[in-house]
Design a protein around this ligand. Structure first.
Ligand SMILES: Nc1nc2c(c(=O)[nH]1)N[C@H]1C(S)=C(S)[C@@H](COP(=O)(O)O)O[C@H]1N2
Ligand SMILES: [Mo]
Length: 493
């Protein structure tokens, strides 16, 4: 039994591993985005129905990508083991299996938004290696399966080849990545012509996020060579331009504290954070180029093919929409969009904050749906008023007496006028608001609770700068942002 299935299965898996490793090596050396693993993973992400994506972000968070790659690897092992077994029964099935594989990888690579024809090559190359290898080993004599020493030798040689090719692919990626990291560290950003206001006294250090959340569809963080990076601005403009990083740094920069949040954030969720951003204000730049008054959508494109559409009106209404070059006193971190990203205060990230940006196109909403809009999300993406209880933690053990309840509330652009807390079914009571530098950041709030023994329910709600109370009704993040009051339970001992 083992003779008939175990060895052929292992040969199938190992041949495929060698094929994938060879494809990854070729891609690493030529076009990293064309590697079959990233291409298939990316295509799965793009094709996943919205509820599945929401589920992945909600339950797996930042771990959604390792889980996805692990699942793909598992499917691959099962499939190639089967192909291995079949190919020792009918020889042509090895070639057929490898071909299915190669075509799937190539199709996935070509389906990615920023694909080029070449991107099909690494997958086809890897599949050819795996297919020929299987064909050769499953000769009618089947000596590899019958002769133990021949089997061991084949297994060792193929594994060795896969390890060497895989290791080489990793090394090439690391060397390339290291060079990008170095070039980032070598950048010295000019001071802002219009610096951020000094933080008001009394602000809590937690005002800036220790680590800003990360949400994107990129399986590997794009690594962009800043010396060749260009931002092309085109479409319905009087004058098209192509700007280098230095061109951007020569312009007067603004520095602002801004809270960014994700439309996929659940009530009480973690996908919101605040940082100090340095960038080129977009409105004057667009004004210089002369925007056609009929253009109502600004579409940002990133190096890996994301498209994010922003209403032109929100860029020109006086808010600090910018092309960001720096974050918290440093060049942008790679995972947050190095070298340049967009930021539009008051819009969710999917509608105004394209990372790894390479293109800005002036167009109309009638003519073009950006990535998330194609998947049913709202076209304009204004941030909804929200508030969150951070302390006490849900289900925390608390002593009776005075307990400080604390959290944040945000309504970028409109600002927060009031935050109220409700204990059990008592009256809503006002929380204290800490000072803020502007209406584009979250507000920290504190509430002194006289806690009595027993189980309690705490709720929070905010009123924005227009006087509108955050709606109580719970709605899901899809299609334009969650609403509802954040509620936690606390047991006082
Ligand atoms: N290129 C690119 N930019 C992107 C995205 C993406 O998937 N790709 N996701 C957007 C979304 S949905 C959000 S919420 C923000 C998150 O920015 P951060 O990861 O820096 O916090 O980036 C936006 N910009
Ligand atoms: Mo998002």
């Amino acid at each position: 039994m083992l003779q008939r299935t175990g060895k052929p299965a292992l040969i199938g898996v190992l041949s495929a591993a060698l094929g994938v490793a060879a494809a990854e090596l070729l891609a690493a050396a030529t076009r990293p985005a064309a590697g079959p693993l990233v291409a298939v993973g990316g295509a799965v992400i793009d094709a996943a129905p919205t509820p599945v994506k929401e589920f992945a972000v909600r339950t797996l968070g930042t771990n959604d990508k390792p889980v996805l790659l692990g699942t793909i690897a598992l499917v691959l092992v099962l499939f190639t083991a089967t192909v291995g077994i079949l190919s020792f029964r009918r020889r042509w099935t090895g070639i057929a299996g490898a071909a299915i594989f190669g075509i799937a990888g190539a199709a996935a690579a070509l389906a990615r938004p920023a694909a080029e024809l070449y991107d099909a090559v690494p997958s086809l190359f890897g599949a050819a290696i795996a297919g020929l290898l299987l064909y050769r080993l499953s000769r009618p004599s089947r000596e590899v399966v019958i002769d133990r020493r021949k089997f061991l030798r084949a297994a060792i040689v193929i594994s060795g080849g896969a390890l060497i090719a895989g290791g080489a692919a990793e090394t090439v990626k690391r060397v390339r990545g290291g060079a990008i990291t170095k070039s980032r560290e070598a950048i010295s950003l000019p001071a802002a012509a219009d610096p951020a206001k000094p933080l008001p006294t009394g602000i809590d250090p937690g005002f800036y996020s220790d680590k800003l959340y990360r949400v994107d569809t990129a399986l590997t963080v794009p690594r962009i060579d800043v010396s060749t990076w260009k931002l092309r601005i085109h479409g319905m403009v009087g004058k098209e331009v192509s700007l280098s990083f230095d061109d951007l740094l020569k312009r007067p920069l603004i520095e602002r504290d801004i809270t960014l949040n994700c439309v996929s954030n659940e009530v009480g969720g973690p996908y919101v954070g605040t940082a100090r951003w340095l960038g080129v204000p977009l409105a004057p730049l667009l004004a210089e180029l002369g925007v056609d008054p009929a253009a109502d959508q600004l579409v940002a494109r990133s190096i890996e093919g994301m498209t994010i559409g922003t209403p032109v009106a929100t860029v020109n209404d006086g808010r600090d929409a910018m092309l960001v070059v720096g974050m918290n006193g440093e060049p942008l971190p790679l995972e947050h969009g190095f070298p340049v990203r967009m930021l539009t205060p008051g819009l969710y990230g999917y509608a105004g904050a394209c990372k790894w940006i390479t293109e800005l196109e002036l167009t109309t909403f009638a003519d073009y749906d950006a990535y998330w809009v194609q998947r049913g999300w709202g076209a304009e993406g204004p941030v909804k008023t929200a508030s969150r209880i951070d302390k006490p933690k849900p289900f925390a053990d608390i002593q009776a007496g005075k307990v400080t309840v604390a959290g944040v509330a945000w309504a970028q652009g409109r600002g927060i006028r009031n935050v109220e807390v409700r204990v059990d079914d008592r009256q809503w009571e006002k929380a204290d608001l800490l000072p803020v530098p502007s209406s584009d950041t979250w507000v920290q709030w504190r509430y002194a609770w006289q806690a009595t023994a027993g189980p309690h329910t705490l709720s929070v709600r905010a009123t924005d700068g227009t006087g509108a109370i955050q709606p109580e009704q719970r709605v899901t993040p899809f299609p334009d942002g969650a609403t509802g009051w954040h509620t936690i339970t606390a047991t006082v001992g």
